[in-house]
Write a protein that binds this ligand. Structure first.
Ligand SMILES: [Zn+2]
Ligand SMILES: [Zn+2]
Ligand SMILES: [Zn+2]
Length: 152
């Protein structure tokens, strides 16, 4: 198993390779991202980072996120109506969001393989499976909706 320390070191290595400075603030942002068990908006991320190091400005955190993203350390996604969310790159998944309750599901990206191939062969279009969530109705909301419908 890869420890959190090793993963932090990997991130710092990518920074150095990208000829970027390794600062205390970047370590904090990387640590918050490593510890997060869910997708965080930039605002949530900056609240967590400030808890660890109160003297970082939120504009610094936003700049760090941009830098991390340009180096491929971090990716963002849009889930429903809210602000973009961030997490470490490397986990291949797609998002489904429920229009009724706002729940987000992470699903394996391979569900979109066939669609991706079809879009590519028909339109030369390369599907980005992670960036924007697919919207619909989740299982529990579907059950509620069906119960309230007459004759079902
Ligand atoms: Zn985007
Ligand atoms: Zn994601
Ligand atoms: Zn729902």
């Amino acid at each position: 198993m890869v420890t959190a320390d090793e993963r932090l070191n990997e991130i710092l290595t990518v920074l150095r390779r990208g000829a970027k400075r390794v600062t205390a603030a970047k370590r904090v942002v990387a640590t918050v991202l490593l510890e997060a068990d869910r997708h965080l908006t930039a605002e949530e991320l900056s609240i967590l980072a400030l808890r660890r190091q109160p003297d970082i400005s939120s504009s610094t955190i936003y700049r760090i996120l941009e830098e991390f993203e340009s180096l491929g350390i971090v990716v963002h996604a849009h889930l429903g109506q809210g602000a973009a969310v961030f997490h470490l790159a490397g986990s291949e998944h797609a998002h489904l969001t429920c229009d009724e309750c706002g729940a987000t599901l992470e699903v394996a990206a391979h569900h979109f393989d066939a669609l991706g191939r079809e879009l590519y062969s028909s339109y030369g279009f390369t599907l980005n499976r992670h960036h924007v969530a697919i919207s619909g109705t989740c299982d529990s909301c579907r059950e509620i909706t069906q119960k309230t419908l007459p004759n079902s």
